[in-house]
Ligand binder design. Sequence first.
Ligand SMILES: Cc1cc2nc3c(=O)[nH]c(=O)nc-3n(C[C@H](O)[C@H](O)[C@H](O)COP(=O)(O)OP(=O)(O)OC[C@H]3O[C@@H](n4cnc5c(N)ncnc54)[C@H](O)[C@@H]3O)c2cc1C
Length: 446
Amino acid sequence: MRVVVLGAGIIGTSTAWHLLQRGHDVVLVDRQPDAALETSFANAAQISVSYCEPWANRQAPLKALKWMFDKQAPLLWRPQWDPAQWRWLLQFLGQCTDRAFERNVAQLVSLGAFSHATLKQMVAETGIEYQRSERGIAHVYTDAKAFEEAAGAAELMRRHGVQRRVVSREELLRLEPALAFSQQPIVGGTYTASDEHGDAREFTQALARRCAQRGAELLFGHDVERLEVAGGAVHGVQVRARDDGRVRTLQGDAYVVACGSYTTPLLATVGLRVPIYPGKGYSATLALREPARAPQVSLLDDGRKIAISRLGERLRVAGTIELGGFDLRLDTPVAQARCRMLLQRIEELFPGAADTRPPEQGGDPQFWCGLRPATPTNIPLIGRLPLQRLWINAGHGTLGWTHGAGSGRALAELLSGERPAVAMDFVGIDTGGGRPRRAQPASATA
Ligand SMILES: Cc1cc2nc3c(=O)[nH]c(=O)nc-3n(C[C@H](O)[C@H](O)[C@H](O)COP(=O)(O)OP(=O)(O)OC[C@H]3O[C@@H](n4cnc5c(N)ncnc54)[C@H](O)[C@@H]3O)c2cc1C
């Protein structure tokens, strides 16, 4: 089959790779000059199979209301005159129950485990290097009351087969000695040795090159303008070159939409509505000043709900989510407050480890923001859409790097008529009665 994959972030590129592995011809299209230049560019780098709890939980609505006027809050909802935002919010609220939370965690863990195994296999096959570190992920608590609740969260994950364990302050400092320098009181944490981290951009760009070596056509610098639909089927994709404006129509036997947050506006042009909404997040990548004071284990800071990962001689700190539309500005008061918070927190937890001076004081922090393609459940949409030949692989929210390898493989398997070995619901796919198909608000509707 000839398959046209739209979007070369981690998801589209991984999809292309797994399609090639199954003998398909692939065209991989992106508007940027290389792969992974949008949301997969500078994320928190964590392959966090075991830290996959969705934002939608019983406490989320109250917390979100409380945080509405705090520019540095972990979750910031900025109301827009946009029905898509309100629809998404209503669906999100519907997921804020214990039952929905547990059900969503089960699927996220299942996809995470499948994806991690797939990633390891891909690394073994390709030899791609991407600042990979297999030292696990630790969740660090600076507040005693919050730490008391950590045991419950760890127990929930263990029920789903994840070996997350509670560790005392002493054990945490043995695992990550750099925390001894913290100016905040470290009260304890949880730790999962099997998690890892590495640079998503480096991996994705190297994978795109491997795809080209295997015969894929990489059509970068091309905007996808529209899907050509007639008689309930897709017959082509119209793309326009960014350099000379040339328009062409790509044809294939199947089309996979993997455009991250932009999947929603693209599918809306052919009357399909999917519950994917942009969740803006920020990162800062810092040069190290004193490597011995910088962490080696990838961390989640419970106090600020941010993640910290060492990438060779750099330290990446990332997090927060802002629901306010397709806004990629870094110079708004909210964006600046969030970027400042990331630098302050590094200085509090790892004083002197990295160059946290803002640009106006001679520092060179590499600030970045990206739009997480968020679904109300945090479960991605993988499967077949209600137009012939049209498939989707999008909506990976906070976990696209963790779930990228497996999502690409799952879509390639579905498209090839195979059944992926992962216990989750796929869009538009009848699981054959082996497992009941749960109704998901994240299902695509025409
Ligand atoms: C601050 C932050 C921290 C994060 N940390 C982590 C983490 O630690 N671990 C983790 O697992 N996940 C993390 N994530 C989430 C992860 O980065 C995303 O889920 C993932 O990058 C989404 O990948 P994607 O391929 O779906 O989207 P993208 O990477 O955005 O790829 C979509 C591609 O489609 C292209 N495109 C879109 N529209 C068009 C069009 N019309 N024409 C042509 N091309 C188009 C874009 O150019 C883009 O390259 C984080 C995200 C953020 C923002």
